[in-house]
Write a protein that binds this ligand. Sequence first.
Ligand code: PLP
Length: 398
Amino acid sequence: MMQLTKRALNVKPSATLAINAKAKEMRANGINVINFGAGEPDFPTPAYIREKAIEFTKQGNILYTPASGTLEIKKAIQDKFKKDNNLEYKTSQIIVSNGAKHSIHNVCQALLEEGDEAIIPAPYWVSYPELVKLSGATPKFIFGKEENGFKITPEQLEEAITEKTKLFILNSPSNPTGSMYTKEELEGLAKVIEKYDQLAVLSDEIYEKLVFDGNKHVSIASVSEKMKEKTIVINGVSKAFSMTGWRIGYAAGDEQVIKAMSSIQSHATSNPNTIAQVATVAALEGEGEDLTMMVKAFDERRKYIVKRLNDMKYISCVMPKGAFYVMPNISKLKKCVYEGKEIGSSTELCRILLESAKIACVPGIEFGGDDFIRLSYATSLENIKEGMDNLEAFVNTL
Ligand SMILES: Cc1ncc(COP(=O)(O)O)c(C=O)c1O
């Protein structure tokens, strides 16, 4: 028998991908499940991006590029950081990876090892703790209170820092809560972070373009020169350009860290897909009309789903500021009795909802908050209406 490593035994499969797979399977079997589990926009990749990829493919030379990406894509990313985030990087401070997730993995491999700790605010994106564990380090969680829009305070951060803390992972706008930190709130966190020389920040800004009500995303790297030095910014084209399947993400920050990440990547995967790199240049240099349309659609769905949830018995829901998720509080629903038994947990609730209400949601426990469930509204308004009708009918039977 082959023996698995501790690392392999320790890592959990992605719960969100599992829920999606289950919902798709039920649909394939003719069951009309409304899927609120999706982690990707339900819009096609804009045509001008696809056209560029087709054109490039036709010329036939689809070869290796430098492992960390072409100079052309790095220049497009360099311009994006300057234009959108007021951050200036050299191209040697930029790496392009097979999705933002891969860039995050590279950061963890370059900065963390056994004995180190990484602070992750909860509710968190499911992959952060696993990527930290894969590096040998230990994740440490701080819970952002619902009353504070699921955001942590500088005091909470300071309390969690020890001499072992090497990385603080920030995700604004957030998956799963849709919360966003203001410039002032980021400055408050920065004041604490700047005191600790050993501490670096991973700022995952992949949802920066999916924001509502005129909110503007601010990068923590842009609040001071010191924070720029201490932060590795993560971004990508998956969400803003509906390009999840193209697998392009990127990171920018300290030159030595980026160099180490590039070496790691060069042995693990070599360059990200060459065609997708060309398409990404087109995406980053585009006008953004499709984005405006997509944000408008998400905004309409966001308002609708939050209202419907808040109108239901036993459920309350904070209005998210960005991304395409809502995280309703189901603590009262957990205490309800279903088929003679208290529901008891977010996992059990999601299992019942899938079977009885035919809706797929992700249990909050997977994001570190058992009093919640996550619903993605990256699905048509029609589907959302039907799903909410199903949920309401179920809740009314309790
Ligand atoms: C917060 C967050 N970061 C990163 C990613 C990964 O994006 P990519 O498709 O670029 O790997 C996701 C995808 O769900 C996400 O929600």
